[in-house]
Design a protein around this ligand. Sequence first.
Ligand SMILES: Nc1nc2c(ncn2[C@@H]2O[C@H](COP(=O)(O)OP(=O)(O)OP(=O)(O)O)[C@@H](O)[C@H]2O)c(=O)[nH]1
Ligand SMILES: [Zn+2]
Length: 215
Amino acid sequence: MEQYKDHTPSMMEENEMDGYEKIDRYNAGKIKRIADKYHDILKDIGENPDREGLNKTPERVAKALQFLTHGYDLNPTEILKSAMFTEDYSQMVIVKDIEVYSMCEHHMLPFFGKAHVAYIPNGKVVGLSKIPRVVDAFSRRLQVQERLTNEIRDCIESTLKPLGVAVVIECKHMCMSMRGIQKQNSVTTTSAFTGEFVNENTRMEFMQLIAAKLS
Ligand SMILES: Nc1nc2c(ncn2[C@@H]2O[C@H](COP(=O)(O)OP(=O)(O)OP(=O)(O)O)[C@@H](O)[C@H]2O)c(=O)[nH]1
Ligand SMILES: [Zn+2]
């Protein structure tokens, strides 16, 4: 990995990297600091952090945590700007069933499910893959589902300036199933709309399209 030492990644390169690559190349000091704390946490929960099965666990957890929160290192606006194209298309564009993995900021436990994102172009379209990338950039942080929903909407609205944006997110929260109220099957749905999606007919069309299954 010698060749990476003096190389500061450009924003484009950063956006193309997955979390693990970034962690291994650029965050060794932070990984060690987090791992040292988990070493103590293991002791505090009554474990022996030096036994064989656990002796690498603090470092593994630190790397996992870095990955699970690598959205802080990404710039969602730049992700969208990197692939915006002038196009004469003014119907709804929907990217649905985007997997979401996030962590609730109250318990740092996972919440996960699906995001459905739509926009109506106003002269510009965005590369399709950039929509799930924006979802990831905001979800790979400590979040509440409502803020996650609004942040995705606001980023697309302010960057692409479309005729409207719609975001619906459906998630299960582990803090409500494996602890606390312990409800295994509850799903939380949040939504955020701008522009033409505030209009009931447009919003209904979007809701019907995200509910429809491909045959
Ligand atoms: N609005 C919202 N609440 C969330 C989200 N994720 C977790 N929560 C809630 O955050 C709240 C924190 O409440 P507290 O009473 O401070 O924490 P707590 O004692 O651990 O709460 P319980 O989970 O009810 O045991 C809980 O009601 C969680 O269900 C989210 O994405 N949005
Ligand atoms: Zn929680």
